[in-house]
Design a protein around this ligand. Structure first.
Ligand SMILES: Nc1ncnc2c1ncn2[C@@H]1O[C@H](COP(=O)(O)OP(=O)(O)O)[C@@H](O)[C@H]1O
Ligand SMILES: N[C@@H](CC(=O)OP(=O)(O)O)C(=O)O
Length: 569
């Protein structure tokens, strides 16, 4: 039995590494904030897809002196100047539409109508690939590896993608030429993969980029046809600079000034609504196309929001906002009207598919409200995510399930009265580049769950697991437990006794044994580990208990007229 409940979200991650020698340590946003910790590169490759040019310029090392830094950057042409304030006047918000919102010609018409119904807004639009295009592209790539060069052009998914995009163009009354070159190039790429019999992460990112490149071109052309002037942008050409971690790249700080400069520069010279590809970036060393992990268009939108210091970031989905749980698990899930950035980040990180796990970071840093709305039901109020909210009535906000999690029990008899054991354990994870989600410790043991480093599949690969166990066994006895689920209870952890009392009552009634529990240091999350096979049943039972019954009654029933939940933070 574990003696103590500790912290969750102890993410052991790799530092952003390999800054170019002599690169300036500088952090910049459109409001000119500086710190001495982050690299900025400017004048990154301006050339088109996949070409690495020598135009990457690296700034000389400069002291962390705001004024001097601005001067150096302006001379180098790397960032905007007071145009940043202009941009705030020009663009009021960024609106991101996910694949489900632009899945067909009909959906594109409705989204165009929606945008045109706010003529005073001047939004920046971020789009995902149409419908399930990204999945189809991935499947096409996998088939190409083994189908042989002559069969590559016959891959079903290629046919599906071609039909979807040509049909959409036709139904919108647009020319096929808008995406014809991309489709030809896509076919050539699949032939190349078939010839090489190999699909590397780098090629995979290039492959999936076709989805967003085509959806944005079609949509921009359609808006122009309607008389709303729009301009298409490939994110990798306008300053989205990332790490070179293909399939799961991180946005680098240099992105913010570069994107701000490009978007408002173009607006000043020739105003048009920007239609930007979500999900894509450009690796700062390779200059190749990168992707931000599945669902990464949310992150594109919040990055633009922060870069331009916009009033609001809108994320348009196919549901009425963030819901009390995954509607695919429990159909009576209800919209959550308000969330804090912390709550939304925990929710996304612990598996709610509705938001990209990293997407709250830029919004929080820029303190820009995020509104999650339903493009199928624009009148629904949606969810508003802000820095703080009234927590006085909040108990449980949302229940999130992360399946297929691996848990490790690490026992060391030498831990008793020893120091340095925890550090040793975590340094092993750091060395192997594996993040840890939930942690609980006792005097002689650590239990933790591992975060799948491969966001594409959300599963650790066996090789990584074998390696981590091998390393840990040098210092402890290790028990590897697979097929577990994390149920995260997002809410007012100040009322954890009330929440836990009810949780355990529900789980006992359902005959479920909790294998580990952790209360987040973030104060918004309690995580429970159960078997995969029991997890959906647990979520449904918990949802019924917390949202279908009246929690306030239960609160009073137990005499804790708990008014301690003043606004968070
Ligand atoms: N807590 C939750 N709230 C809302 N939606 C959720 C939640 N958990 C899972 N989902 C799923 O996330 C989907 C929306 O996210 P996503 O597929 O990324 O949308 P889009 O492609 O439109 O950006 C919903 O259709 C829903 O099935
Ligand atoms: N098209 C990418 C990026 C994205 O954000 O998509 P969506 O917004 O449809 O989740 C994906 O499927 O992962």
């Amino acid at each position: 039995m574990l003696a103590a409940l500790h912290f969750s979200g102890a993410r052991v991650s790799r530092p952003i590494s390999n800054f170019p020698e002599g690169a300036a340590g500088l952090c910049y946003s459109s409001r000119f904030r500086f710190s001495d910790s982050v690299v900025i590169t400017s004048g990154f490759c301006e050339s088109s897809k996949l070409s690495c040019s020598s135009s990457r310029r690296v700034l000389p090392r400069i002291a962390c002196d705001g004024g001097r830094a601005v001067e150096v950057l302006q001379k180098s042409g790397g960032v905007g100047n007071d145009e940043g304030d202009e941009a705030e006047k020009q663009f009021s918000c960024v609106m991101k539409f996910g694949g489900s919102s632009v899945a067909s010609a009909e959906r594109m018409r409705e989204v165009a109508q929606l945008i045109r119904s706010f003529p005073e807004e001047n939004p920046i639009i971020v789009l995902s690939a149409m419908g399930k295009t990204t999945n189809k592209l991935l499947l096409a790539g996998e088939k190409a590896v083994s189908c042989g060069v002559t069969n590559a052009e016959l891959i079903d998914e290629l046919g599906f993608i071609r039909d979807l995009h040509f049909r959409t163009l036709e139904e919108l009354g647009l020319e096929k030429s808008i995406v014809a070159k991309h489709l030809e190039e896509l076919e050539q790429l699949l032939k190349g993969i078939a010839m090489m019999k190999e699909l590397t992460p780098r090629t995979r990112d290039y492959l999936v980029s076709f989805g967003e490149c085509m959806s944005t071109r079609i949509f921009a052309a359609y808006l122009n046809k309607l008389g709303t002037k729009a301009r298409q942008y490939d994110a990798f050409d306008i300053g989205f600079i990332t790490t070179d971690d293909f399939t799961n790249a991180d946005i680098l700080e240099a992105t913010y000034p570069a994107v701000a400069k490009r978007l408002h520069g173009d607006w000043i010279s020739d105003p048009a609504i920007p239609i930007v590809t979500g999900f894509l970036g450009k690796g700062w060393k390779t200059c190749a196309i990168t992707t931000l992990g599945r669902g990464g268009s949310d992150l594109t939108a919040t990055t633009i929001g922060k870069a331009l210091g916009l009033r609001e970031i809108q994320v348009w989905k196919d549901v009425d906002g963030v819901l009390t749980c995954d509607p695919n698990i429990y159909s009576k899930a209800e919209p959550v009207p308000y969330l804090t950035f912390d709550e939304a980040a925990e929710l996304a990180y612990f598996g709610a598919q509705v938001l990209h796990p990293q997407s709250m970071r830029p919004a929080r840093e820029g303190d820009i409200p995020v509104r999650v709305k339903n493009s199928y039901n624009p009148n629904a109020p949606g969810t508003l995510i802000t820095k703080s909210r009234d927590m006085s009535k909040a108990v449980l906000t949302s229940i999130v399930l992360k399946r297929n999690v691996t848990m490790l029990d690490i026992v060391s008899t030498r831990m008793l009265g020893q120091f340095g054991f925890l550090a040793k354990v975590f340094s092993i994870f750091e060395d192997l580049g594996i993040s840890v989600d939930v942690v609980a410790t006792s005097e002689v043991s650590i239990s933790l769950t591992l975060d799948p480093s491969k966001l594409w599949s959300r599963e650790l690969i066996q090789q990584e697991l074998d390696h981590v166990v091998e390393e840990l066994e040098k210092i402890a006895i290790v028990n590897l437990l697979q097929n577990r689920s994390i149920i995260s209870l997002i809410g007012n952890v100040q009322r954890s006794s009330l929440i836990l009392e009810k949780v355990f009552r529900v789980l006992r009634t359902n005959g479920v044994n909790v294998q580990m529990i952790s209360q987040g240091a973030s104060k918004v999350n309690i995580s429970l580990i159960v078997n995969d096979s029991e997890s959906e049943q647990c979520v449904r039972a918990l949802h019924e208990a917390f949202f279908d019954a009246n929690i306030v009654e239960l609160d009073l029933e137990h005499g804790s007229n708990n008014g301690n939940g003043a606004a968070s933070k």
